[in-house]
Ligand binder design. Sequence first.
Ligand code: NAD
Ligand code: LMR
Length: 309
Amino acid sequence: MGASGGIGQPMSLLLKLNPRISHLSLYDIVHTPGVAADLSHCSTKAKVTGHMGPDQLKACLEGCDIVVIPAGVPRKPGMTRDDLFNTNASIVRDLAEACSKFCPEAILCIISNPVNSTVPIASEVLQKAGVYNRNKIFGVSTLDIVRSNTFIAQAKGLDVNQVNCPVVGGHSGVTIVPLISQCTPPVSFPQDEREKLIVRIQNAGTEVVEAKAGAGSATLSMAYAGARFTNSMLEALNGEEGIVECAYVRSDETEAKYFATPLLLGKNGLEKNLGLGKLLDYEADLIKKAMPELKKNIEKGEEFVNKKA
Ligand code: NAD
Ligand code: LMR
């Protein structure tokens, strides 16, 4: 949903390449007939259909196993992700409402920012509709892991395919907490380099927003990350064991109601929250620093859905 956008189009292309996908159902408020016609000519297995506008939500969503949502406006230089709230909150609320009606059993993967608030928004909507399953709603924070792996591999001259650095917390500024001490293979940095690396990971979205100079935020790397997360979810739904991804979910691991940690995925979505593991003191401090912002973002999302009309 948001299939015609900067993320939606390249992510749809990557998903069209996935032999596990039988039907790729594209929804947007603009351009989906064209995107679907174009994509449908690729000689891969997935059937492609395009759906445009709210009248076509039912046709788009019925029968879906996974719904991926990158609908909404991106940042411009000088904006925070929270500045997108006023526009994107109602977009995610309305799309979650449609999912609650037309595919209440589906897994929801939410990319639209501010993720720290949009996941609570979708969760509240599904609760109100009586179809909430906390194991089936994921805020996609995969891009933070992708970036951490890339930057660490570059710094240490490692094969990036072998690097895996968990990133926990949320998906904005200080709420993004890379756990470099849990990276595989193990890596170590002098403190000043480590601090610079953490700040770069936390600000990597802004790095792209500034480089694009008003033309949006990360799209290609997000399409890559979104396709990776969706592929992992599909593998898990199909019964493959040992599939682990970090994502932002309803959580009991910290005092924040929603929190990203490594998750074991399974046939029904989130199978087991693998938690924070052993933290170094500076990592525990980073998590502590993330809490006020994270809690504020969560409450803002919940209040948006529950406010009196
Ligand atoms: P974009 O403007 O290029 O595309 C957004 C698409 O959403 C457009 O095609 C638009 O028509 C569509 N849209 C708007 N309202 C809609 C609605 N009600 N229903 C369906 N579709 C609707 O933006 P983009 O660069 O693709 O970014 C999309 C979102 O993803 C932004 O909120 C951005 O901040 C976020 N994002 C998140 C991450 C992450 O790591 N989670 C990374 C990058 C971007
Ligand atoms: C990102 O991390 O690239 C996205 O959340 C988009 C943004 O606004 O930075």
